[in-house]
Design a protein around this ligand. Sequence first.
Ligand SMILES: [Zn+2]
Length: 231
Amino acid sequence: MAMLIRLQALDLRRQQDKEGLEEIPEKLKIAEKPLFEAKGLVEKAQAAIDLVIKEKKDKELALQVVEDKIRKLKSRLTDLKTNKEYHAHLQEIAAVNKEKEDTEDRLLQAMENVDLLKKELAEKTALLNEETARFAKEKEEINATIEQLSKEDEKLEQEWLALSKEAPSDLLESYKKLSILRKGVAVVPLNGYTCTGCHFSLPPQLIAEVRKNEKILTCNYCNRMLYVEAD
Ligand SMILES: [Zn+2]
């Protein structure tokens, strides 16, 4: 009986370790979530920068076009014959100059946006680096836990095997079956006249037999194997 109690203790510990291992994928997923989010933010910031950089290039091109126009207009100045032509020409130059100013303003705005977004990207990248380091550390801890639990399970299994060799095979079989049926608790102590597995009161005769500790006796109600705890 003492051996069965020890076997059961080993089984319960192994079950706990197994449950601990089963929780790990979920833990990893939770630990990885902020990292994914940080990656998403960096990608978004990078995409925004690409967009304004393209806008800036477009504005630079537009400015070149306007400047070319101005040059051509000015070179035509000498071809003008009448006063009227001359005035019309000045008006044209004024209009193109205005266009140039507007384009320059837009270019400046685009340059400011690039600077702003670069700052934002730097912030998000710093955050991503932090999260990467944090996740690496957490993963390391989780891996250490996996290793520790696996090692412990191996040790417990060896203990279990060594211990079970001492048990008669039919007793071991009934223990195993009962353990599965009763969710790992096949062997229970009495509490006075009560089975601590199902909490039913048992007949005094049975209690007296269990106290003698001569053979394996089971609860009338839940079938668990009964013993009396040493004082
Ligand atoms: Zn019972």
